[in-house]
Design a protein around this ligand. Sequence first.
Ligand SMILES: Nc1ncnc2c1ncn2[C@@H]1O[C@H](COP(=O)(O)OP(=O)(O)OP(=O)(O)O)[C@@H](O)[C@H]1O
Ligand SMILES: CC(=O)N[C@H]1[C@@H]2OC[C@@H](O2)[C@@H](O)[C@@H]1O[C@H](C)C(=O)O
Length: 372
Amino acid sequence: MDVIRTAIGLMSGTSMDGIDVALIRTDGRGFIERGPFMGVPYDADFRGQLKRALELSLPLSDRSERPAELRDIELELTLRHAIAVTAFMGRFELSTDGVDVLGFHGQTVLHRPDEGLTIQIGDGPELARRTGISVVYDMRANDMVHGGQGAPLVPAYHAALAGKFQQQGQAVCFVNIGGISNLTFIGTDGRISAFDSGPGNTLIDQWVEMQTGRTYDPGGQIGGRGKVVASLAERYLDNPFFRGNVRRSLDRGDFATLRPEEASLEDGARTLAHVAAASIIKSANFLPETPAIYIVCGGGRLNATVMAEFSAMAERLGSKVLTAEEAGFDGDAMEAEAWAYLAVRSLDGLPLTFPGTTGVDAPVSGGVLATA
Ligand SMILES: Nc1ncnc2c1ncn2[C@@H]1O[C@H](COP(=O)(O)OP(=O)(O)OP(=O)(O)O)[C@@H](O)[C@H]1O
Ligand SMILES: CC(=O)N[C@H]1[C@@H]2OC[C@@H](O2)[C@@H](O)[C@@H]1O[C@H](C)C(=O)O
């Protein structure tokens, strides 16, 4: 029998809004028992430091290079993860002995798949030392070494969750609307097709923050009061990213947000919500078939304007749209759970990525182990 391990996944995503912490028990294969979840938001000062980390990373061409200031931010990020783990274990009364591994994503500061370069900051050995728990980190690099896009990695977990839909004979597609959006299609025969689908919340967040100081559009209310400016929406949707037959993964900086003079606050937020929804539908054209069901995860499902636009578009094409919760999952915890699942797979040397998920040449494992 395969070993069942207890794993905690730690995700600091492209939205840079905080650390998601989730626990699962899994054999890294078909057995998954989902446990507690906790979100630890970043304060404005640290979000500023992460933005600075993106700037500092722009000139880097070697993924292990750490200018002193970036190294300091990396240490601070690692300490915050250690504190988040300790708080999580305290809240849910877990002991170090009861957790086998931490799956540590770190923070992506630069992602240039065309150059084979992806950089995540986060010090795995330091996190293992601070928490007393072994850590699997740096899970994207090996995929790139083998010709993959380095992202998305969550699809292996989506596929493991999709069993019940397969049994019902339904092709299902998980949609993650994070800072960037990505799709995982799982056919009734178990075939996986996954890729980044376009800008998610990042453009909306940047726009709303620039105009109001708030870091996102709560509930999509600001956008809900505006109208779509067709010319601006077309500018985004005409991007070469949506053409061509090879799906490439995205960096947070690949799409520039609107300029203040281009729209009112409300119309800008509405237009960017439309772009987030329409990008998913445009990219879904590259799926093997129209999914019977979309399951929407990530913070973007809480933006009612994005969700209304996306649901209307998908339903016109004959698909049903469910939130992760409606499908029996937790849309906030999904990526952190996935990082826990991937850490266990890494310990067992199982593939994290597949030709159908990142375009990697053949299924490959990945991740680096730092023992406690
Ligand atoms: N109540 C809400 N109303 C509207 N939008 C929200 C709400 N809560 C979160 N969001 C949006 O979701 C974003 C965070 O989503 P999430 O945590 O899924 O992204 P991420 O994991 O950082 O990104 P990625 O998946 O690209 O790595 C926020 O930046 C915000 O735009
Ligand atoms: C390089 C990088 O960090 N990419 C993220 C980003 O955020 C969403 C999308 O772009 C996805 O490809 C990926 O994250 C998720 C967790 C993934 O790898 O599945």
